[in-house]
Design a protein around this ligand. Sequence first.
Ligand code: PLP
Length: 636
Amino acid sequence: AALYRIDSWGAPYFAVNDSGNITVRPYGASTSAHQGIDLLKVVKKVSDPKSADGLGLQFPLIVRFPDVLKNRLESLQSAFELAIQAQGYESHYQGVYPVKCNQDRFVVEDVVKFGSPFRFGLEAGSKPELLLAMNCLCKGNPEAVLVCNGFKDAEYISLALLARKLALNTVIVLEQEEEVRLVIDISRKLSVRPVIGLRAKLRTKHSGHFGSTSGEKGKFGLTTNQILRVVKELHGSGMLDCLQLLHFHIGSQIPSTALLQDGVGEGAQIYSELVRLGANMKVIDIGGGLGIDYDGSKSGNSDLSVSYGLEEYASAVVNAIRVVCDRKSIKHPIICSESGRAIVSHHSILIFEAMGATALTIPAMNEINIPFVIEGLSEDARADYWNLSDAAMRHDNETCLFYADQLKQRCVEQFKEGTLGIEQLGAVDGLFDLVSKMIGGSEPARTYLVNLSIFTSIPDFWSIGQVFPIVPIHRLDERPVVKSVLSDLTCDSDGKIDKFIGGETSLPLHELDSGCGGGVYGRYYLGMFLGGAYEEALGGVHNLFGGPSVVTVLQSDGPQSFAVTRAMPGSSCGDILRAKQHEPELMFNTLKHRAEEFCRFDAGALSSSVAHSLHNMPYLQLASSCSLTAFNNSGF
Ligand code: PLP
């Protein structure tokens, strides 16, 4: 566990039990370290088609723990309540979940349900997000805020105003100056008094990757002069009382509380100026940015880590707003935040299997036939070999590596010219690997093939190099002896993971059974943690690999017992083809007729194997996981 730093990034939700398996403690620290739901048991239960209640779901698989989500929400709420109480702040906190972080219906419904006691709201950034947020909030607390962000057209604004008519506590946040005219005109037409917010472009700039939208030149929000013009326009239309909320977003993954206080302090100044200009200000919405410590280092110096926890974050926000408001003698506003990453990251785990590993056969010195190697070498290459031997005698490692590399390059050239045989080239490769191993002290990393598409399931790794904790979910009582990198199933050179937390370029893993699936160890399962935000929402269908299977797991009678409350097979090959306008039923018929025409005796078997492939997920299927029970209900 220490090797994978589970205690650092995983606490209080993830730990390792006495069997060496990862356990999930949905209520965080309230369960003892060695108790909790054994993740391997969950995975076996939902994937094994032969077990009594086995669902036969195929991999990759997302396991959701709504109780973790609930704990995150409650922890955020209580961190703000604590800071508000400790600092004598005279208003309250109002959380809002930005649905773009994970738009899955059950995630959004759970946020609304768990957040209902403290009027937790939703944030939408597009028309479909607004539609789903409106629908979900109908079942929530009527005071919950519905924040409408993003670029808006007349249709978006009409929909948001309609939401107000439906008694949903909707705020239209102006993102561009032109939107104010639309809001004024449409609200008059629909006879609705809108509640308006405006998004300010802060001068404070967050220098990390996720801060590229912040600062004066950022993509979103109104400049100082645009804010002044919007205020004037609202005043002129007799609607300045509708302007009640100030919104800004410093950027996701704010690395430190110093930067947070700087940005929130600037926002509070704008807020107080809007009060002075006569707006009916009530809420300061600080956007998202509450970060996750992906590598557990608390260093706060990269996109991977933040140097604060929930309590420190809340305390810094409350302090920055209070100080400005007290100085200007204005009423403390309601503090709204739009934390997405911090709420949903922990609650879901992506499980995938290692299907095989490249073999690494480095010969022993006495296995290399030196006279044979030397025989075919050019003059220059032969000189490299002797220089390499001399350097080895002198224990001069650097020179040794230099000549080994040069020798290898020259031999490749000779091979391309046709003056070196393949056996000799193989022997020189072996010599090179041996020298590298002897000098580097360790073997080069081996490649583990994983049953996954990185483009579909970990898109941020491919697009922006974001690293997530990846850990085997079992065998953690056994030292992993293989340095590895992971390669996915896609035919794409970017489909590999060779960067891991802690700045490592390889991941220690255990030996696999040959053939995988049988043998002493059985199958080998890996988990990618902290990916509940953004990864599912962004993933595409590169190489036509679709989404994973998803199960929801609740803690039941005791800390170690669990119930699977929902299971959804991932997209089948047929589903994915249909999404690209192909017609799987017609494809099947065409192939079936061809089978009947060309292979009369096997036609039935061939058609049924085509049907199987269309029904199954596109990922690799080990024999026992090919289950008819996992077929999607939508036909193929
Ligand atoms: N609010 C707005 C306007 C955003 O753009 C974002 C994401 O970048 C968020 C909230 C969510 O941010 P985070 O996931 O950092 O909490």
